[in-house]
Design a protein around this ligand. Structure first.
Ligand SMILES: NC(=O)c1ccc[n+]([C@@H]2O[C@H](COP(=O)([O-])OP(=O)(O)OC[C@H]3O[C@@H](n4cnc5c(N)ncnc54)[C@H](O)[C@@H]3O)[C@@H](O)[C@H]2O)c1
Length: 357
């Protein structure tokens, strides 16, 4: 049995609880929240409740810690858990800076523990099908790809917790809401080389941007567009991902990128394509993504093999967000390679100086 403990028992923790309960060989052993009210649902059961992280990490049976706290706290908690010898599942975004992401990856590596970042949308039926098509080469040469997020997060959403909409803890529409779609874009299209971007705070009273448009050059030569906003009236309209190649077009849409809208490939009849669309429509969610991740993490802890969404994957999505933010701030395109090199230097100045000699 692999024993899990959750830190941060707010909204998303519910999905972690359900996922752990649904996975054979996994057990929820402990929960921790600095706010004791958040622990009330667990009282009277066989889960041990803590208000102090250090105390929970001393729990002798705990194997994995799931970090479900505000995003700006993820780095310190991950490093702390890794030093206590616990494997880590950390909610997205894994961190708000590349230096923090590097420290998390390093702490887990040094302590010989696994690190999994929660990007559960990869497990949706439509996304699995799309990944298969990409890997089989069915698109031929890609011309371009679009990631679109047209959602509504109203002012009440930002006012419900102090951390929401702040630079230090939330990070904005790309960092908090669109990062799942960016992870999918990278997973399917490969590395991004360069980014240009505009960002604005148009309608919400928050520190971070609520509206963002960016254009991309992928390493494979294709172009890309990201549109992300939480200002769409009156509620969530669309999250979609569109890939365009010389022999294929696929659009995954719906409010949260879960239904196939277009599925046209030179090697498939239109009728067969429509059947795939229908099959996905019959079960657009499949097994919940959090459950797939916990199942995968449980196996990874047992086997020592890496989980299917690693710290490096989380850092890749984070670097795209930061490249967009910097491109907007500096008013010029940003190359991801240079961004990573600069953050590597800041993270490890002595090592970089040593290498220059
Ligand atoms: N994967 C997804 O689809 C998804 C969806 C929503 C949120 N999230 C992510 O999950 C994280 C939490 O979001 P939420 O909406 O659940 O937030 P929330 O505000 O509802 O809950 C956060 C909880 O963490 C607790 N907390 C804060 N600091 C703590 C600490 N140091 N130790 C212990 N407890 C602490 C708070 O008291 C609160 O109960 C964020 O990083 C967010 O981006 C992911």
């Amino acid at each position: 049995m692999i024993h899990y403990g959750i830190i941060g028992c707010g909204h998303i923790a519910n999905k972690h609880v359900a996922a752990i309960q649904a996975v054979k060989g996994a057990r929820l052993a402990a929960v921790c929240d600095t706010d004791p009210i958040r622990l009330e649902p667990f009282m009277g059961g066989d889960v041990v409740e803590y208000t102090d992280v250090e105390e929970m990490l001393a729990h002798p049976d705990l194997d994995v810690v799931n970090i479900c706290t505000p995003s700006g706290t993820h780095k310190d908690l991950t490093v702390q858990a890794a030093h206590a010898g616990k494997h880590v599942v950390v909610e997205k975004p894994m961190a708000l800076t590349l230096e923090d992401a590097d420290q998390m990856i390093e702490a887990c590596r040094e302590n010989g523990v696994q690190l999994c970042v929660v990007h559960p949308n990869r497990f949706r039926p439509a996304m699995r099908r799309l990944k298969e098509r990409v890997e089989s080469g069915a698109f031929g040469t890609f011309s371009h790809a679009n990631a679109t997020l047209r959602w509504n997060r109203n002012q009440a959403y930002y006012d419900q917790a102090l951390w929401r909409g702040t630079r230090r803890m939330d990070g904005g529409v790309l960092m908090n809401q669109a990062i799942h779609n960016l992870d999918l874009l990278l997973w399917l299209m490969g590395e991004v080389e360069e980014v240009a971007s505009y960002q604005a705070t148009r309608l919400r009273q928050i520190e971070t941007e609520d509206t963002s448009v960016s254009i991309l050059k992928f390493r494979n030569g294709a172009l890309g567009v990201i549109e992300a906003a939480v200002t769409v009236y009156p509620n969530n309209l669309e999250e979609s991902l569109s890939l365009f190649g010389e022999r294929g077009t696929a659009v995954i849409g719906g409010t949260t990128a879960h239904r196939i809208r277009t599925w046209r490939f030179a090697d498939l009849s239109e009728e067969y394509g429509n059947r795939i669309i229908q099959q996905v429509d019959e079960d657009p969610w499949g097994v919940p993504g959090h459950q797939c991740l916990i199942e995968n993490m449980t196996a990874a802890v047992r086997s020592g093999k890496k989980p299917s969404v690693t710290g490096e994957d989380g850092k890749r999505a984070l670097s795209l967000v930061i490249a967009c933010q910097q491109a907007a701030e500096f008013g010029r395109p940003v190359r991801i390679k240079e961004l990573l090199a600069e953050s590597g230097e800041r993270h490890s100045p002595t090592r970089t100086r040593g290498m220059e000699k």
